[in-house]
Design a protein around this ligand. Structure first.
Ligand SMILES: [Zn+2]
Length: 420
């Protein structure tokens, strides 16, 4: 395997939106050794570097999909064609998951990885059901991942079994070769994990210095359950999982206020936030939370969209995720960015590109390694074909980029997709 590359292109985007004409990136092993104007970078390249001239491309950082469920990539048939009701969709998802065998999940994870790479994503924050972690582990990682081990459960009596399973999964991940996968911990959601278990998981994540994530403020049904103890969570979801009549541990505050008041978020990665009010967004910012928004999934499941301009105004730095193929039509962050641009015309295209690069890296705790093409960072990059000889703009890049335009994908110095 080659270990030194000199990549040159008419345009280099070191980060959104820092454009260098006639740019180059020099890669040594898994790391960027130099980047900038081609004339200067060429001088730093030794004879051993293989030169790849991407003559109609823009070189830029690989995208970071901060929230996905690769294991659900086989359940695309559950993705609604029109906005649907959330909890009935969840019940269908639970039933469909029970029918899948370990081999189906492994095939789904492998296929999902290829879809991410094809769309120019080089890092994913992937929620992996704790019960599936052993089979997930058998799939060779093809891109960088923070694998959030996802825990569900409100029953205190199962605590020892869950702790044992989690410890075994973390041990497996720690021993995994290759360095592409890092572990994270994720209670699924406030209505499926007891407050006591959330506290233990948050403590464990802090102790082990791992990222901690939770779905939060996704649906009006979640809000209604915490405010009143009633609604689809209690009437439709709980009977299906044997939790009939299980009341919220505290009634009268919604899930966001409840978790904030119990200090259960800290610097947590909070996924969705469609139901969050402006005041809650400010409190989440003060707490140091790191939001991930998945607006297409919210739309398809009949849930409110996160108010991204309000998130930014509150001082939060949201990252972007697609969620799974069971609730969205593709795992492409380009599609996700275009959807946001359409729904929130006040958002600048360059800001959307930041959501999908630097913000994603920071959210996953990887900003010292990823998100920009500068010396010393990981060689995770993509080349995007541009049709015009004029300088690319963020708007044009966003409008024109699909999988066909992704000419090259490199993860940790390894080429995963080559120019045709
Ligand atoms: Zn999710």
């Amino acid at each position: 395997m080659n270990s030194a590359w000199l990549l040159t292109a008419p345009w280099l985007l070191t980060e959104a939106w820092q454009l260098v004409p006639h740019g180059a990136v020099l890669v040594h092993g898994a790391t960027i050794a130099a980047s900038g104007p081609a004339a200067a970078v060429r001088q730093a390249a030794g004879r051993e570097a293989v030169h790849l001239d991407l003559d109609d491309c823009l070189l830029m950082p690989g995208l970071v999909n901060a929230h996905c469920h690769l294991e659900l990539s086989a359940l695309g048939h559950l993705c609604p064609a029109r906005p649907t009701a959330f909890i009935p969709w969840v019940t269908k998802l639970i039933a469909a998951k029970k029918k899948l065998a370990a081999a189906d999940y492994q095939a789904a994870v492998a296929a999902g990885q290829e879809m991410l790479l094809a769309a120019g994503t080089t890092t994913v924050g992937d929620f992996c059901s704790l019960g599936l972690a052993a089979s997930h582990h058998l799939v060779r990682p093809r891109l960088r991942q923070v694998r959030f081990l996802e825990v569900i459960g409100r029953q205190a009596e199962a605590e020892a079994a869950v702790c044992g399973e989690l410890a075994a999964a973390l041990e497996r991940l720690a021993a995994a070769p290759g360095g592409l996968v890092r572990p994270g911990i994720a209670p699924h959601a406030p209505y499926t994990v007891s407050l006591a278990r959330q506290r233990r998981l948050l403590g464990l994540a802090r102790q082990l210095n791992m990222p901690y994530a939770i779905h939060l403020g996704e649906s009006p049904a979640e809000k209604e359950y915490f405010l009143t103890g009633r609604g689809p969570v209690s009437d439709q979801l709980y009977p299906l999982v044997g939790w009939e009549g299980l009341a919220p541990e505290e009634k009268g505050r919604d899930s966001i206020d409840l978790l904030l008041s119990r200090n259960l978020l800290g610097e947590a990665i909070v996924v969705h936030l469609g139901t969050a009010t402006t005041t809650q967004l400010q409190r989440l910012a003060t707490a140091g939370c790191r939001p991930v928004v998945c607006p297409r999934s919210n739309h398809n499941l009949g849930n409110p969209l996160p108010d991204v301009p309000a998130l930014l105004a509150a001082g939060l730095q949201p990252a972007l995720g697609t969620d799974s193929l069971a609730s969205t039509g593709s795992l492409s962050l380009w599609d996700e960015m275009r959807f946001l641009a359409d729904r929130f015309p006040s958002l600048a295209a360059a800001d959307l590109l930041r959501l999908a690069t630097t913000n994603g890296a920071a959210t996953l705790g990887l900003d010292r390694q990823l998100g920009r093409l500068t010396s010393g960072l990981a060689a995770d990059l993509i080349a995007v074909r541009t049709t015009s000889r004029r300088p690319p703009t963020p708007e044009k890049l966003l409008a024109a980029t699909g999988n066909r335009e992704i000419a090259l994908v490199m993860v940790a110095g390894d080429i995963k997709k080559r120019p045709q």
